[in-house]
Design a protein around this ligand. Sequence first.
Ligand SMILES: Nc1ncnc2c1ncn2[C@@H]1O[C@H](COP(=O)(O)OP(=O)(O)O)[C@@H](O)[C@H]1O
Ligand SMILES: [Mg+2]
Length: 316
Amino acid sequence: MTLRIEIDDIAKHFGAIKAVDGVSFSVSKGEVLGFLGPNGAGKSTTMKMITGFLTPTRGTVRVCGHDVLQDPISVKANLGYLPEGAPAYADMTPDGFLKFIAEIRGLSGAAKRRAIDESADRARITTVMHQPIETLSKGYKRRVGLAQSILHNPPVLILDEPTDGLDPNQKHEVRTLINEMADDKAIIISTHILEEVHALCTRNVVIANGKVKFDGTPLELEAKSRYFNAVCVNVANIEQSQFEAFLTSLSYVSQVEKLDNNAGFRVYPKSGQQVTAQLSENIRENGWEIDALYAEHGRLDEVFRSITLPASEAKN
Ligand SMILES: Nc1ncnc2c1ncn2[C@@H]1O[C@H](COP(=O)(O)OP(=O)(O)O)[C@@H](O)[C@H]1O
Ligand SMILES: [Mg+2]
């Protein structure tokens, strides 16, 4: 594991507003870190500090071993950044815009042409290279921003809501592109689209009110759901009340809940363990016929709420 991004206790205060308030985490090569949190949580501000766009009130950031304050040029050379909303010069064409960025990145001649061609190809914008950016669809504009961020093939990518506002097909294309690049880069993407947790991320950091609330794998995040490994079960040839009593008596069951429309019961396992096989065996031992039996996934929306809202609000 090669550490590429190291963030230690960074904070950004705007007057009385503590936009970011002591955030620490690191990202290694091969990781796609999903940076989650509600609007205003401090995601963009954190990303701006990693990229050197904002100076932290306190704390340190290192990118590929370079300190963002002491060695800002090396940091910028090692990272690609897609800011929120993918800003670009509207009256430029993608070709002109990428040439301009390539020159800022110090490329010229054949190397410049190759970098532009390769990033345009990867971001799939080759058909619109000579059309003013302001006339492009939102999806294409976002891809122009992505092409700009990967132009110099940086080892670190910081993408601020890369799929926000795109239609499902466009989202899929952007996710595919990010997945294609994941192996040899360290990537941070901010999002509040929970399906991206599984589609894209190897790890998640959840922040709220400028503080880290969770740091772990998507599975660990899902496991925080009360529905994680819960089993819905229905049996044909027995009274519902008798079946409910049986389920409640099982040593590995913590709670039994009746499902709507007489569709059986939801059984919550003790400490989130997998109980499908054991349960099915215990039912068959009684000679009952299983109508339906399936384990649930964790519900990320519920986890997200419980992590990012105060306990009193999370229940509503
Ligand atoms: N330049 C600024 N001046 C004052 N407050 C700011 C500034 N930038 C961001 N904030 C505030 O900091 C908080 C975090 O914002 P931001 O990092 O953009 O959140 P996110 O990207 O998670 O939606 C918000 O309350 C926002 O209003
Ligand atoms: Mg933001």
